[in-house]
Design a protein. Structure first.
Length: 195
């Protein structure tokens, strides 16, 4: 139990003692659920989201815009964007970001499968929805350059998809003077015209 993320030795002990105090059927039911999790849940072959089928619900949905791909770091990011109910495209889960300090390079992520997807399908827009960190920005720039390399300027029949990033700036209801310089600078650079 203490090997679970965020669970220390004391919390693990409390969880174990709690499970021992429960009805045997409840504890066995939890064990069965964990077994099912490991044997029946896997990754979508298209986007690498979790699924209990070959294609996840998003990729299998014909009402989603399959020409728009939102690239995210983790499955939790998919869940967060889905919770907004404002995005109707599909996803591509990288499984992290490029981080040389942690020994994570482009080959450790699902970047090649993203590039294959872009090359083979009719993708109109790639949204880089990565964390606004140095590693997230580096990963986004790397992906952008790799997409550019797929579409050389020598006039291939297929046009390069539009590559966009999430808007960054001052959060709603935040005081301007509390914003850090990078956030404020990005807000200024990414300003839009009032209409």
């Amino acid at each position: 139990m203490s090997r679970l993320p965020g669970v220390g030795r004391r919390s693990a002990m409390r969880l174990v003692l709690h499970l021992l105090r429960q009805e045997e059927s409840q504890t066995l039911s939890l064990a069965d659920a964990l077994k099912t999790l490991r044997t029946e849940v896997h990754y979508c072959r298209e986007c690498h989201n979790i699924s209990n089928t070959d294609l996840c619900e998003v990729c299998a949905n014909p009402r989603r815009d399959h020409a728009m791909v939102c690239v995210v770091q983790t499955i939790e990011d998919v869940m967060a964007i889905e919770a907004t109910q404002m995005y109707r495209g599909v996803y591509h889960v990288l499984g992290g970001v490029i981080s040389p300090m942690d020994g994570i390079g482009p080959r450790d992520l699902e970047i090649n499968s993203l590039l294959e997807r872009i090359a083979q399908k009719d993708i109109k827009e790639v949204i880089l929805a990565l964390s606004p960190t140095m590693e997230g920005d580096t990963t986004g720039f790397y992906i952008f350059r790799q997409i550019q390399n797929l579409f050389p300027a020598n006039g291939k029949e297929k046009e390069m998809p539009k590559v966009t990033v999430l808007a960054r700036g001052i959060a709603q209801n935040d005081e301007l003077h509390y914003a850090d310089e990078i956030t404020l600078g990005r807000a200024l650079a990414g300003r839009t015209e009032m209409k």
